[in-house]
Design a protein around this ligand. Structure first.
Ligand code: NAD
Length: 350
């Protein structure tokens, strides 16, 4: 297993392997780039089949964080941690204490946060051992109470703001009253996004593999529930993927009728080449890592202690970034993803 010749290696600054015999911890932390600040990124726990899979994931994801934070105008670099293990079977307090020690050993060059397989509980355990843990839900919310560390509402708000800009750019309308939106997945982010849209007067169609979530959107927001495969072919203005990745692929593209794709799911394009196909078809794609950055902005404010008003204003900056991406993509005849990548690189000084 090589690092420097690995296909996902992209001049990462530091890749560290951590092991603790007593707890069975096997983890990797990768710092991709720290030009803008310490590398912040989630700690993923996953039953990787081998070390190679874990290395590939941590190299790829840490790079993605550099781009995401730079686009979100955060004073942060990109990093990520992976723990090799089954989150349903292998979790223990001691394991996350050991992981906290591992994070701490980097002296703040890497700041960890929750990701697939970890959550606020694990962040709190790690925070006992290191200051370099974000999203442990310890910040006092403005106006009283304690923030619970869940960034989903901020992700939803950023997605709403980004969608508004996409609608203005592609459809030339500033008001969302009567806008037709199809949301795939009404979980934490999707439901909250649906609430913002409903308040703005939009008409909603939703699907979810979890019936209770779809029902909640129907009962509380008056959304029309459709089948999982029906969601793509609806005659709507916006398709908002808020479930899983890879859902923009040759099969779904054939069915898709919406002129805008703007949603919170990570890694929406099944392969990068599809961005060009979307451009040629006149479908405006809001790059996922730009529009769903509300979560990381939230995590950063929780950590740095900024006010709720400043957090909201920062999240609204997602709209400005997307506007710049859309305008440049049109002017240069390029895809929104390549423009977003370039903009991120300008910001982090590649
Ligand atoms: P969630 O698990 O709360 O919600 C996802 C919902 O999608 C669930 O209700 C689930 O039942 C549904 N779903 C899963 N597969 C589906 C399918 N094939 N068709 C229809 N529905 C399906 O997750 P979330 O926190 O709301 O995150 C949603 C997406 O946004 C994920 O891709 C996540 O990576 C991304 N994201 C989330 C955040 C955040 O702050 N939570 C931040 C950035 C990106």
């Amino acid at each position: 297993m090589s690092v420097f010749t690995h296909v996902e290696f992209d001049h990462h600054e530091q890749v560290v392997f951590g092991h603790d015999k007593a707890t069975g911890l096997k983890a990797i932390i990768a710092i991709h780039n720290s030009n803008l600040g310490p590398a912040l990124g989630g700690c993923r726990m996953w039953p990787y089949l081998n070390d190679e899979q874990a290395l590939r994931d941590v190299l790829r994801l840490s790079r993605g964080m550099t781009y995401k934070s730079a686009l979100a105008n955060l004073p942060l670099g990109g990093g990520k941690a992976v723990i090799i293990g089954d989150p349903h079977r292998d979790k223990s307090e001691a394991l996350f204490q050991a992981m906290g020690d591992f994070v701490d050993s980097l002296g703040g060059r890497y700041i960890t946060a929750a990701d697939s397989g970890t959550g606020v509980t694990e962040m709190r355990i790690m925070a006992e051992r290191s200051r370099h843990v974000a999203g442990a839900g310890t910040r006092e919310a403005l106006g009283g109470g304690v923030r619970d560390g869940n960034p989903s509402p901020s992700t939803a708000y950023g997605t709403f703001v980004g969608m508004r800009v996409a609608v203005q750019h592609r459809l030339g309308r500033t008001d969302l009253n009567g806008l037709r939106v199809a949301i795939q997945g009404v979980g934490q982010v999707g439901f909250s996004l649906a609430q913002y849209l409903k308040d703005a007067g939009a008409q909603l169609w939703v699907c979810d593999i979890h019936d209770a979530n779809a029902r909640r959107a129907a009962e509380q927001l008056g959304a029309t529930v459709v089948g999982q495969n029906e969601i793509y072919g609806l005659d709507v203005d916006v398709f908002a993927p808020c479930a899983m990745g890879g859902i923009v692929n040759p099969q779904t593209l054939e069915a898709l009728r919406a002129p805008i794709i703007a949603g919170a799911a990570n890694n929406q394009l099944a392969d990068a080449g599809l961005a060009e196909q979307l451009r040629r078809s006149g479908i405006l794609y809001a790059p996922d890592y730009a529009i769903n950055a509300g979560g990381i902005i939230d995590v950063w404010y929780e950590r740095s202690g900024g006010s709720e008003a400043a957090l909201r204003q920062h999240i609204e900056g997602i709209g400005e970034t997307l506007r710049e991406v859309f305008v440049r993509a049109d002017a240069e005849g390029r895809t929104t993803t390549s423009v977003a990548d370039r903009l991120a690189e300008e910001r982090f000084g590649r």
